[in-house]
Ligand binder design. Structure first.
Ligand SMILES: NC(=O)c1ccc[n+]([C@@H]2O[C@H](COP(=O)([O-])OP(=O)(O)OC[C@H]3O[C@@H](n4cnc5c(N)ncnc54)[C@H](OP(=O)(O)O)[C@@H]3O)[C@@H](O)[C@H]2O)c1
Length: 344
C-alpha cells in the first residue's frame, strides 16, 4: 500500500453488502489523512479491536442496524488517547480508554466525542478490555435483568463455549447461580472446568429435557439463554421449569427460534428477544445501565472475568482475520490490532 499522506492512517471500509460477495469484494483497506480534531473531541489510537458475530452479520447486510455504504466496521475495542481537543481537560495523552456506542473502530485512529470514552486502567489486560463492551455486558444484563434468578437456581445456555457463554459462566459464579452449559461438540468443553456440561447430539426436545433432568434433577432451570435458534431453541424451552423464561439473543443457525405451543400455553414459558443496543437505548434502563461497565471492569481487574483469545492479526491482515473469525470450532476470539498496539 503506498500513500501521499505525511501521517497516513489505515481505515477498513465495507463497500458492498450484497449476497454472494467475497471478503475482498466486500471490504477494502484505505490510507487516509488522520481525522481532524474539534472542540470536546479526542483523537484515539486503536490498540486492539474484536471481531464480533454482529460485525460479520452487518457486513453481509443482515444486522439490526445497517450503516450507509461505505462504512467503517467495528463495534468494540480499546484505544489510547493521542490528543485531547479544546475543552477536554480530564483525559490526557497516554490514557487508555474504551470507546462506547461508536461504530467504525477498525482503523488506526479515530476522533470521537469525549463523552463516548470511558477511561480504563492502563495496566489491565489489553485484549480483555478490547472485548469488554458487547459480550460481557450482554451476559451481565441477561443474568441480572432478564428474570430474577435466585442464588442456587439453574440457568441453561447453549453455545456455551462462545465469549458470551464464557462470561455467563463466570458472572453466574460471581452471583452464586448454577449454569448448565450446552455445546455442540465435546472438544468445546473447557478442560478442568467445574461447570456442568451437556453435548447437544441433535436429539428431539423431549429427549433433551430428559437428559437435563438426569443431570440436574427436578430443579429445572428458570432461565434459558439461546444464541442459536431453530431446534436448539425448542430444546432449551422444553428443559425449563414451568413459567420459566427463554431469551433469544443470537441467530447463529440463521433458523427461526422455535418453541412448542404446548410449552407456551400449558407450561407458561415466556419467550423474549434481547438486543444490547435496544436495552441501553431504553430510558427505563438508565439506572441499571450505569452499573454494568464498572461492575465488569472490576471483575476483569480481579481476574474473575476472562475470555479466550485465539489470535490477534494486524489490520493489514484483515482478510485472514475475518475469514478466521467466521470459522466454526475456534478456541476463542479473533482480534485486530492497530498501529498503536504495543508489540506482544
Ligand atoms: N443480542 C445481543 O445484543 C448480542 C450481544 C452480544 C452477542 N450476541 C450474540 O451472541 C452469540 C455469541 O457471540 P460470541 O461473540 O460470544 O460468539 P463467539 O465467541 O464467536 O462463539 C461463537 C459460538 O457459536 C457457536 N456456533 C456457531 N454457529 C453455530 C450453529 N450453527 N449452531 C450452534 N452453535 C454455533 C460456536 O460453536 P463452535 O465452537 O462449536 O463452533 C461458538 O460457541 C452471537 O450470536 C452474537 O451475535 C448477541
Amino acid at each position: 500500500m503506498s500513500s501521499n499522506f505525511s501521517h497516513p492512517v489505515r481505515v477498513l471500509e465495507v463497500i458492498d453488502t450484497a449476497p454472494g460477495r467475497s471478503l475482498r469484494e466486500r471490504l477494502r483497506l484505505r490510507l487516509t489523512e488522520p481525522p481532524t480534531l474539534r472542540a470536546l473531541e479526542v483523537r484515539i489510537g486503536m490498540l486492539a479491536m474484536s471481531i464480533l458475530p454482529a460485525d460479520l452479520l452487518q457486513m453481509r447486510g443482515q444486522y439490526g442496524l445497517q450503516p450507509a455504504l461505505p462504512y467503517v466496521p467495528g463495534h468494540e475495542g480499546v484505544a489510547v488517547v493521542l490528543e485531547a481537543g479544546p475543552g477536554v481537560s480530564d483525559i490526557q495523552p497516554g490514557d487508555r480508554v474504551l470507546p462506547m456506542g461508536v461504530g467504525g473502530l477498525w482503523a488506526d485512529e479515530r476522533v470521537v466525542k469525549r463523552r463516548s470514552l470511558v477511561a480504563v486502567a492502563a495496566e489491565a489486560d489489553l485484549l480483555q478490555q478490547a472485548m469488554l463492551t458487547a459480550n460481557p455486558a450482554t451476559a451481565w444484563i441477561l443474568l441480572r435483568h432478564e428474570r430474577p434468578v435466585q442464588a442456587g437456581q439453574w440457568v441453561i445456555q447453549n453455545a456455551a463455549n462462545s465469549a458470551v457463554g464464557q462470561c455467563v459462566r463466570q458472572i453466574a459464579d460471581h452471583l452464586g447461580l448454577q449454569v448448565l452449559n450446552v455445546v455442540r461438540r465435546p472438544e468445546a468443553i473447557e478442560a478442568h472446568s467445574k461447570a456442568l456440561w451437556l453435548v447437544d447430539e441433535g436429539q428431539d426436545p423431549q429427549a433433551f429435557r430428559r437428559r437435563v433432568r438426569d443431570l440436574i434433577g427436578a430443579e429445572s432451570p428458570v432461565l434459558a439463554l439461546d444464541a442459536i435458534g431453530g431446534r436448539a431453541t425448542s430444546c432449551l424451552a422444553a428443559s425449563l421449569a414451568d413459567s420459566g423464561r427463554l431469551v433469544s439473543y443470537g441467530l447463529l443457525s440463521a433458523e427461526p427460534a422455535q418453541v412448542a405451543a404446548h410449552d407456551l400455553i400449558f407450561r407458561g414459558i415466556e419467550m423474549r428477544g434481547f438486543w444490547l443496543a435496544r436495552w441501553f437505548a431504553d430510558p427505563a434502563h438508565r439506572e441499571a445501565a450505569r452499573e454494568v461497565y464498572p461492575a465488569l471492569m472490576k471483575l476483569v481487574h480481579q481476574s474473575a472475568l476472562h475470555m479466550q483469545v485465539e489470535k490477534v492479526y494486524d489490520l493489514d491482515q484483515w482478510a485472514e482475520a475475518l475469514a478466521h473469525a467466521a470459522r466454526p470450532h475456534r478456541g476463542g476470539k479473533v482480534l485486530l490490532s492497530g498501529r498503536h498496539c504495543p508489540p506482544a
